[in-house]
Write a protein that binds this ligand. Structure first.
Ligand SMILES: [Zn+2]
Length: 249
């Protein structure tokens, strides 16, 4: 096999590099012999090391720099108002959480499927919108199990989160059912008023990162207000996540 020919240019460049390296080594050797009176330049820590060491001290949650917020809709799916909300969320690329009742899920499985397929989270809101009391723990638990079963039959997904109607919960249910309650931090009482601007202002004036906004997808006013809220919060730099993502962060 013929030896590859070396380009005379390459040869020259290699000799030059060798010479340069030698000069650098000699310069360093001499420098270390004599006293060096010049102060050392400030040592700059490379950015990669800074990022690495700060990670060690304090693990950074993914959304730490981000204003995250969760918007939630209870009591659906509703045959009239849920889908326009889904259309609006899709247009805006926003995810939400829908706490649905088993009763409504059985009536509108197509909407349940759509909620799931479009990347939203589905939570459990009991079968009949049952209020937990001192006397119905067993029945309440059965409604939650039945509703999760209905949701799983439609979507194939397991339901981990519960929005207990009226916010009434018993901690024993968590171990019994492996389900966790998700309450809310902002309640504009959309079920008690029809003023779209009233609902919107109530939310956007109070909102802060990590809030969970409570709405009900069974009113025209909520349908309109919810999308205005989304627009205004997007404009203010908020990022919408499901309650699962919010709680994990
Ligand atoms: Zn409810």
């Amino acid at each position: 096999m013929e030896k590859p020919k070396t380009n005379p240019w390459q040869k020259k460049a290699a000799i030059n590099m060798l010479f340069l390296n030698l000069m650098i080594i000699i310069a360093f050797a001499f420098k270390s012999l004599g006293p060096d009176l010049t102060p050392p330049p400030p040592y700059e820590v490379p950015e990669s090391i800074l990022a690495f060491s700060s990670n060690i001290e304090k693990p950074k949650p993914e959304h730490e720099e981000t204003k995250i917020v969760a918007i939630t809709f209870d009591d659906g799916p509703h045959p009239r108002y849920t889908e326009p909300i889904l259309d609006g969320l899709k247009e805006r690329g926003v995810v939400a959480t829908f706490f649905i009742t088993g009763d409504h899920a059985e009536k509108y499985p197509g909407i349940v499927k759509r909620i799931h397929d479009e990347g939203h989270l589905i939570g459990n809101h009991t079968y009949s919108h049952m209020q937990l009391t001192k006397y119905n723990l067993e029945e309440f638990a059965n409604e939650l199990s039945l509703t999760s079963q209905i949701i799983a039959e439609i979507t194939g997904a397991e339901t981990l989160f519960v929005r207990p109607p009226y916010g009434l919960w018993d901690i024993r249910l968590e171990a019994k059912l492996n389900m966790f309650p998700v309450m809310w931090t902002i309640d504009p009482r959309d079920w008690a008023r029809s003023s779209v601007s009233g609902i919107v202002n109530d939310v956007v004036n109070k909102v802060k990162p990590y809030d969970i906004i409570l709405l009900h997808d069974e009113y025209e006013s909520t349908q309109n207000a919810s999308l205005i809220i989304v627009d205004q919060l997007l404009e203010a730099g908020y990022v919408f996540v499901t309650v699962e993502e919010l709680l994990l962060n």
